[in-house]
Design a protein around this ligand. Structure first.
Ligand code: SF4
Length: 537
């Protein structure tokens, strides 16, 4: 018992020390940017540049009004220095800005051809090694010609990214490990994959903290048929292999841990360790793109034939995955607690010359800690989603104990934001827990609560996702998944009120399916090890 108390004390102490350093580092960073700004007489605030990724060039003007060659070179060096101080990498720098840094649009295009396909141009064009485990197909940089055919469009296949551009990228990334994005911003350390194709990636950040990203494929035909077709094509040499039809949605994290402490959520148990930077959010999409590409090579040029379509990454066999078309911010963390970085990441994801995701396919899901949480994303190119869970205040506080506002106040925040938005579709998320919030009484309350939104916002559309609580590998006691008939009864009641309601199937049942569970189970194992060690003393 004393050992457990000691562990809790040590854990609390270590969290507060970590928090202190994170806060202190952020403070130091702000100060140093402020000093740089004064020294160079530039008008650029950190918030401005993070909120609008392209703003650092446009608002970067010298007061002396000279535009000579030397001034340009100096200004470029200083842009790079400023980006480093803000810990930005090329992943969060738009094409026009990167063109200036690398000295040409062609160079920036080559770099972005790589990023959007989950490849690091510094490994592809440079001499540095990825350092990956070469025992499986993950060390793709061994065959650079094959990789170039995969990631570069035909007109740019023979274009090199020269030493000058690579050196600029290295300088820009000098705050990362290896001066690079892959293994520099984050390293892929673990993959788990389930029979339905759901694939979880565990990424280790430079400070050793870990986040997870989940790839959820929706196949047009059954996954087994997809694998069969691709395997058959593999037996025919020089065959073009098409990626499987369908789409993959990726669930990204915005923080390590979460402050909101929802009582049904594994991540909530961790508390918030820190927020992710925009680059750390975007690197999740980068790795997801890489895994999708590796899972189905589109161009088979080997002549041995008879291979297998399933690729092996870090010892895990991965089924072919369809193209990524949707991103949801539903992983670890509350996006509105890290709004600037999330907005920057959304901007990069939806730009036509970068990741090219449609704004209607990027969804930001907030639990809404305050009524203003929605407005933080009012101008972003994304769909808003509200994790409501319960319409009555008492039950809502039980599920989301950090709720400080009434449900009516929070709803008013959403209505206000929707009224000022052109895109007025809103998703409602309800995690259904057996005998907690899954009765028809709660369904009635929810329906009446939601109808007020569509009645108040002309032209608004609302869809409700019912998510049965996933109790597989759950660390929460007392919560379980409702029986199917209760889920259907809840859904029917919403539909009787004219509300579109869908039941979201639980994916990846054979693995830990809820977001945050890869990390939290590792964390739990680590904590258990510490407890055992303490008890043995
Ligand atoms: S459900 Fe979302 S907001 Fe709630 S604790 Fe988990 S990650 Fe945070």
């Amino acid at each position: 018992m004393r050992a457990s108390v000691a562990f809790v004390f040590i854990h609390a102490l270590s969290l507060s020390v970590t928090g202190f350093f994170i806060v202190r580092r952020g403070y130091k960073q702000q100060r140093s940017i402020g000093v740089v700004g004064v020294r160079r007489r530039y008008s650029l605030s950190t918030a401005q540049s993070q909120q609008h990724p392209s703003s650092s060039l446009s608002s970067l003007t010298t007061n002396d009004g000279k535009h000579g060659v030397n001034n340009t070179a100096t200004a470029l060096d200083e842009i790079i220095e400023l980006q480093q101080e803000q810990r930005r990498t090329a992943l969060s720098i738009p094409m026009d800005e990167l063109s200036v840094i690398l000295g040409g649009t062609g160079r920036a295009r080559l770099a972005w051809d790589c990023y959007v396909n989950g490849a690091d141009p510094q490994y592809l064009f440079g001499a540095i090694s990825s350092g990956s485990d070469s025992s499986d197909e993950y060390d793709e940089y061994k065959d650079k010609e094959f990789l170039k055919r995969q990631v570069l469009p035909t007109p740019r296949l023979t274009q090199p990214l020269g030493t000058v551009a690579l050196n600029k990228l290295s300088t820009l990334h000098s705050h990362c490990n290896n001066n690079s994005i892959e293994n520099g911003v984050a390293t892929l350390i673990q993959i788990s994959s389930s029979v339905d194709g759901t694939t979880k990636l565990l990424l280790r950040l430079v400070d050793g903290l870990e986040v997870e990203t989940v790839l959820i494929p929706f196949y047009s035909t059954h996954v087994a048929a997809v694998v069969d077709t691709i395997n058959t094509n593999y037996t025919n040499t020089n065959q073009k292999i098409s990626p499987p039809l369908g789409r993959t949605t990726i669930c990204v994290s915005s923080q390590v841990g979460c402050l909101q402490g929802c009582t049904f959520c594994a991540t909530g148990k961790m508390g918030k360790l820190r927020s992710l930077t925009a680059d750390e959010i975007l690197v999740q999409l980068f790795y997801a793109k890489k895994i999708v590409r590796l899972s189905t090579p589109t161009d088979i040029t080997t002549d041995d034939g008879g291979g297998s379509s399933n690729c092996v990454v870090l010892g895990t066999s991965i089924s072919p995955l369809p193209k990524i078309s949707n991103v949801v911010f539903m992983g670890m963390g509350e996006p509105s607690d890290n709004a600037i970085a999330v907005r920057t990441a959304i901007d990069i994801m939806t730009r036509n010359d970068l990741f090219q995701l449609s704004a209607s396919r990027v969804t930001v899901s907030t639990v809404a800690p305050t009524p203003q949480a929605f407005a933080q994303f009012g101008n972003s190119k994304c769909v808003l989603a509200w994790s409501v869970h319960a319409a009555n205040d008492t039950l809502r506080r039980r599920l989301v104990p950090t709720t400080k506002y009434s449900m009516v106040e929070l709803r008013q925040g959403l209505i206000h934001t929707l009224q000022h938005r052109t895109y007025r579709t809103v998703m409602i998320e309800v995690t259904l827990i057996h005998n907690i919030n899954d009765s028809v009484i709660e369904a009635n309350e929810m329906a009446e609560f939601l109808l007020h939104i569509t009645n108040s916002v002309p032209g608004s559309k609302l869809a409700c996702n019912l998510i049965p609580y996933n109790d597989i590998g759950s660390m929460m006691s007392g919560y379980s998944k409702p029986p199917l008939e209760r889920i259907i009864a809840y859904q029917n009641r919403l539909q009787e009120y004219g509300i579109q309601a869908h039941v979201r199937g639980t994916r990846g049942d054979d693995e830990m399916a809820a977001c945050g569970q890869l990390v939290t189970n590792r964390a739990k194992r680590k904590y258990n090890e510490i407890i055992v060690r303490e008890e043995q003393r």
